[in-house]
Design a protein around this ligand. Structure first.
Ligand SMILES: [Zn+2]
Length: 47
């Protein structure tokens, strides 16, 4: 399997600029949530 490993289940799209490139800020395994930051406009979203 792919070893990229942070377990993003879907490819989010930035609501601000439409970019699909994100980096992970934090993750909460218990809540199954990941906070990511758009690499283009730095908007943070939780998925
Ligand atoms: Zn963005």
């Amino acid at each position: 399997m792919v070893g990229m490993g942070e377990g993003l289940r879907a490819c989010p799209i930035c609501p601000g600029c439409g970019s699909k490139k994100f980096r992970i800020i934090s993750r909460d395994d218990e809540a199954m949530r990941v906070t990511v930051e758009c690499t283009a406009c730095l908007r943070q979203i939780t998925i």
